[in-house]
Design a protein around this ligand. Structure first.
Ligand code: PGA
Length: 256
């Protein structure tokens, strides 16, 4: 994974049927399995993990989950455990997505979940991002707190198992009408996130890869790729259409 770009498909609560899920996945597989310089990670709803897992065994596509519960087992109605995810060969878990934070998940809880996932040997995709951009730069402080609180007590040995997805909440397609932030803004925030991480962990350590998420689509991918200075992308809405997603993969693979 070291020198690869990362592209994550976050399907959220879609699609409605298993048949559609298979179709999108097989469509993505066609392109992703040919790209040696990209790690594609598909994160379907829990109910499709098992099915998708059976459709592909290989190192160029990995399966991820969109969340996990913080306790190992017990009386927790409606939740899913890490053990259940592992039995379905899940390799990555998205944690701290803004849509989960909006339901009340704090950075402290995200931190608890991150520790559980890392200790079990899986990888974390930690989502962070400000709710709005402020003319006075308050979003920098907000982001820094989110990162530091989410990573509290996490040892540097685990950095290689963490991806950070910078997702400004206001730029996520459901909130923005499909309008991403500019590549200049992304570049600036990537530098800021790297600074926060290197202040915490020391610049000598290999820091987590940084992805951008928020209305990534075929129209803006080239610009985001050229100017954003990221290690890849987390794609929501456009990942439900294999043709659109594969175009995003192609541009990410081809652009230096
Ligand atoms: P979007 O979603 O690509 O639809 O904006 C990204 C995300 O919320 O992870």
């Amino acid at each position: 994974m070291k020198n690869k770009k990362i592209v994550v498909a976050n399907w959220k609560m879609n699609p409605t049927t298993e048949q559609e899920a298979k179709k999108i996945f097989l469509g993505i597989k066609r392109a992703a399995s040919k790209l040696s310089n990209i790690q594609t990670i598909v994160c379907p709803p829990f109910i499709y993990l098992n099915t998708l897992n059976k459709l592909y065994k290989g190192h160029r596509i990995a399966i991820g989950a969109q969340d996990v519960f913080e306790k190992k087992a017990g009386s927790f109605t409606g939740e899913i455990s890490l053990g259940m995810l592992k039995l379905n060969d899940v390799e990555y878990v998205i944690l701290g997505h803004s849509e989960r934070r909006a339901l009340g998940e704090s950075s402290e809880l995200v931190n608890e979940k991150i520790k559980l996932v890392l200790k079990s040997g899986l990888n974390v995709i930690l989502c962070v991002g400000e709710l709005e951009r402020s003319d006075h730069g308050e979003h920098f402080g907000f982001l820094k707190d989110q990162i530091l609180n989410s990573l509290k007590g996490i040892n540097k040995n685990y950095l290689k198992n963490i991806l950070i997805a910078y997702e400004p909440v206001w730029a996520i397609s459901g909130n923005s009408g499909n309008k991403a932030t500019t590549s200049e803004n992304i570049h600036e925030m990537v530098i800021f996130i790297k600074k926060v991480l290197s202040d915490k962990y020391g610049a000598k350590n290999t820091l987590p890869k940084i992805l951008y998420g928020g209305s990534v689509n075929p129209k803006n991918i080239e610009d985001l790729m050229l100017g954003g200075n990221t290690d890849g992308f987390l794609v929501g809405a456009a990942s439900l259409d294999a043709e659109k997603f594969n175009y995003i993969l192609k541009i990410t693979a081809e652009t230096k």
